[in-house]
Design a protein around this ligand. Structure first.
Ligand code: NAD
Length: 498
């Protein structure tokens, strides 16, 4: 059995805890490797290595740090195919989605390549007589990231890409379900020229997370995962004096106004609800058609579209999506579908009986569609995180805008319409952090910033973009006065080139 080790101080590090997590191949349902879980002492050793490395790395000039980022980008592009294959084999998403996962992370690295420009501070000349004021952004020290299974490349890069570029060193605790790509990223960061100890990966479960949250040398923690754990991470980390940003779960709605282009909506919904088996925090699992005519027509077209979807192994280039991440997650999705039926929603398409020939033990589940979903239902209130699309009909624009606005989650939302005024009003009023207008998955580009509202994010600062730079730096402001007469006149002689 292959063992997945930690990566500390520039090399693989075999822990001695004797605790492991199983890493499955979701296509076959078999355990393909086991990942070591770190002890508190091993985590402390990694943090000490990172703290030692930070002294030198923080003093490297920003342009040199940017050069490491440029080289890191080149190396990832070199290894794109093999990284995507590994990612796909542990997560279950199809190869094209795996490449997308890596590519979206790379875009944050591209943003980080511009760090010399972004780190330029502010300057006021003559704030008082002979007084100038300037500010600078300095690194925090050692920062940590705790990441979910569903984007094992992109989300780590959201975090360490910025953290390292601004001069911090980093401890990454990736999901124990698909830990190989995060280790590969750390190896590539070393190959790109980052000194030892700049990017470390330690594996584990709650116990590793707790060791990070309470470690006195870790200054900031970025978390992405489910909401209850995000809340716990936020509370525990801040109680231990750390800066924390903790992104949580989601239940994104797609509002369809009667004037929308339904052909486009059906295509968009199919990708956004079922792509990556619905295991995306920016998936669109709730569709809200406005008016009976829109709803009836949309339902008919969705049923036809779902019929064309191909579920297959993650290496099947014709498959729309692959297996979900684990047997437990598959069972949880199936349970939610049953709860939906029991609480009175109409199950129009039932994906539970899907089996892939030759891969009977794989974690596959077919696409499902519900109609008649109501606000009070448990399956509407909670995140299912699977290939299940729920139709919640609305009578009016006001009712449609109220649904996502009043929901406990507020990550993303989309509106489909040809009416610019309606879209503008929707974007301004809806109580959700990221809005798409005829864009089903409105994940902002890397130089903007990613973050939801309500129970989708705890803390004030978003991921990547300038907000990410703010999260991983602290501001120092200098007020300087140089009185006349304190220096010899000769000090003002301007040197000339000989
Ligand atoms: P998860 O919450 O189970 O795990 C996330 C991380 O927390 C992992 O590293 C895991 O090891 C750790 N963890 C697990 N149990 C813990 C505990 N009891 N205490 C402390 N840490 C613990 O999430 P997941 O299943 O890996 O990922 C899916 C979830 O992540 C979904 O809810 C999804 O919406 C969310 N997500 C959110 C965003 C966003 O930006 N808002 C992005 C991607 C995924």
């Amino acid at each position: 059995m292959r063992d997945i080790a930690h990566f500390v101080n520039g090399q693989a590090f075999n822990g001695a805890s004797g605790r492991y997590g199983d890493v499955f191949n979701p296509n076959t349902g078999e355990v393909q490797a086991r990942v070591q879980f770190a002890t508190d002492g091993e985590i402390d050793a990694a943090v000490q290595a990172a703290a030692k490395a930070q002294v030198g790395w923080g003093a490297v000039n920003p342009q040199r740090r940017a050069r490491v980022m440029f080289e890191f980008k080149r190396l990832i592009e070199r290894d794109m195919n093999s990284l995507a294959e590994i990612l796909s084999s542990e997560h279950g998403k199809v190869i094209a989605d795996s490449k997308g996962d890596i590519q979206r992370g790379l875009e944050v690295i591209e943003f980080a390549c511009g760090i010399p420009h972004i780190l330029k501070g502010e300057y006021t000349e003559g704030a008082g007589p002979g007084i100038d004021v300037y500010s600078m952004r300095q690194p925090l020290g050692v920062c940590a990231g705790i990441t979910p299974f569903n984007f094992p490349a992109m989300i780590p890069m959201w975090m360490f890409g910025i953290a390292i570029a601004v001069g911090n060193t980093f401890i990454l605790k990736p999901s124990e379900k698909d830990p190989t790509v995060p280790v590969k990223l750390a190896e590539l960061m070393m190959e790109a020229g980052a000194p030892e100890g700049v990017l470390n990966v330690i594996h584990g479960d709650k116990s590793a997370v707790d060791a990070i949250l309470t470690h006195p040398l870790i200054r900031a923690v970025s978390f992405v995962g489910s909401s209850d754990i995000a809340h716990y991470v936020y509370q525990t980390g801040t109680a231990h004096g750390k800066r924390v940003q903790a992104m949580g779960g989601a239940k994104n709605h797609g509002i369809v106004l009667p004037d929308a282009d339904l052909d486009q909506v059906v295509k968009d919904l199919s990708g956004a609800a079922f792509g990556s088996a619905g295991e995306r925090c920016m998936a669109l699992p709730v569709v809200v058609p406005v008016g009976k005519k829109t709803a009836d027509e949309l339902r008919e077209r969705l049923v036809a579209e779902i019929d064309t979807l191909k579920v297959g192994v993650s290496t099947d280039t014709a498959a729309h999506y692959g297996p979900v991440v684990s047997a437990q997650h598959r069972a949880k999705i199936a349970d939610y579908i049953q709860i939906g039926v029991d609480e009175g929603a109409e199950l129009v398409v039932d994906g539970r009986d899907f089996h892939l020939q030759g891969f009977e033990k794989g974690f596959f589940i077919g696409p499902s569609l519900f109609d008649g979903v109501k606000k009070g239902m448990k399956t509407y209130q909670e995140e299912i995180f699977g290939p299940v699309l729920q139709m919640a009909r609305a009578e009016s624009f006001e009712e449609a805008i109220a649904l996502p606005s009043e929901h406990q989650y507020g990550n993303g939302v989309a509106i489909f319409t040809r009416n610019g005024r309606a879209a503008r009003e929707f974007a301004a009023r809806v109580n959700v952090g990221m809005v798409g207008i005829n864009v089903p998955i409105p994940v902002p580009v890397a130089y903007h910033t990613f973050g939801g509202w309500k129970r989708s994010a705890f803390g004030d600062t978003n991921q990547h973009g300038v907000e990410g730079v703010k999260f991983y730096t602290k501001v120092k402001t200098v007020t300087a006065r140089w009185p006349e007469g304190d220096v010899e006149d000769s000090a003002f002689v301007i040197p000339t080139m000989k």
